[in-house]
Design a protein around this ligand. Structure first.
Ligand SMILES: C[S@@+](CC[C@H](N)C(=O)[O-])C[C@H]1O[C@@H](n2cnc3c(N)ncnc32)[C@H](O)[C@@H]1O
Length: 179
C-alpha cells in the first residue's frame, strides 16, 4: 500500500477495512451518485465502487500522493468512466463546483460529525444522505453535535448496523438526511 496504511493494519486489512467499507453499500440504492470525502487509500469509495458497478462515485481527497495512487487504481480497475478522483478539500468551493450535488456522501475516519455535516451538506441534494462510518463512538458523537445538525437542517435517521453476517463486528453507520 506504499505507506498509505500503517504496517500494523496489513494483517487485518480485509476484515477491518475492506469488508467494513463494503458493508456500507447496502444503504445506497441502485444507480445513485456517491461522493466519498477523505478517501485516503481508497476506503470506502474504491471498495464500494468495486462491488457496485451501478454507482457513479467521486473520490475527494486533499493529498496529492493519495490522489495519484487513487487515480492509478481507478485506471487499473477500468473504472474511469464512472469513478472520478478529485483533489482538494471537501469544503472548498472548487471541489463543490466539480462535484455538483449527489444523493449520498460517505466518510470514514475523516473528521468529527459537525465538520462532516458542514462539509457534506453543500454536496448533497435535498433529501440526500450523509453516511458516516463511526464505529462505537457513533451515539456519543451524535449527542455532542445534535443541536448543530438540526440547526443546519439535518434529520438524524440514526445509527445503522450494516454487513451483519458479512463482517464482525458489523459496520456502524450514522445516517443524516439533508432536509
Ligand atoms: C485517517 S484518513 C482515512 C482514510 C480513509 N477514509 C480510510 O478510512 O482509510 C483521513 C483522510 O482524509 C483526508 N482529508 C482530511 N480532511 C479532508 C478534507 N477536508 N477534504 C478532503 N480530504 C480530507 C486526509 O488527507 C486523509 O487521507
Amino acid at each position: 500500500m506504499r505507506g498509505l496504511l500503517g504496517p500494523r493494519e496489513v494483517p487485518r486489512l480485509w476484515e477491518r477495512h475492506v469488508l467494513n467499507s463494503v458493508a456500507l453499500a447496502e444503504l445506497v440504492p441502485v444507480g445513485a451518485r456517491l461522493v466519498d470525502i477523505g478517501t485516503g487509500a481508497g476506503l470506502p469509495g474504491i471498495a464500494v465502487a468495486c462491488v457496485r458497478p451501478d454507482l457513479r462515485v467521486d473520490l475527494v481527497e486533499s493529498l496529492l500522493r493519495r490522489t495519484d495512487y487513487l487515480s492509478e487504481v481507478v485506471d487499473d480497475l477500468g473504472m474511469t468512466a464512472r469513478v472520478r478522483v478529485i483533489r482538494g478539500r471537501a469544503e472548498d468551493g472548487q471541489v463543490r463546483d466539480k462535484v455538483g450535488s449527489a444523493g449520498y456522501v460517505t466518510a470514514r475516519a475523516v473528521a468529527p460529525m459537525d465538520k462532516l455535516v458542514k462539509w457534506s451538506f453543500p454536496l448533497l441534494k435535498p433529501n440526500g444522505s450523509l453516511l458516516a462510518l463511526k464505529g462505537s463512538a457513533a451515539e456519543d458523537e451524535l449527542a455532542a453535535h445534535r443541536a448543530l445538525i438540526v440547526r443546519m437542517g439535518g434529520e438524524i435517521v440514526g445509527v445503522k448496523e450494516c454487513g451483519v453476517g458479512l463482517v464482525e463486528p458489523p459496520t456502524r453507520v450514522v445516517q443524516i438526511v439533508r432536509r
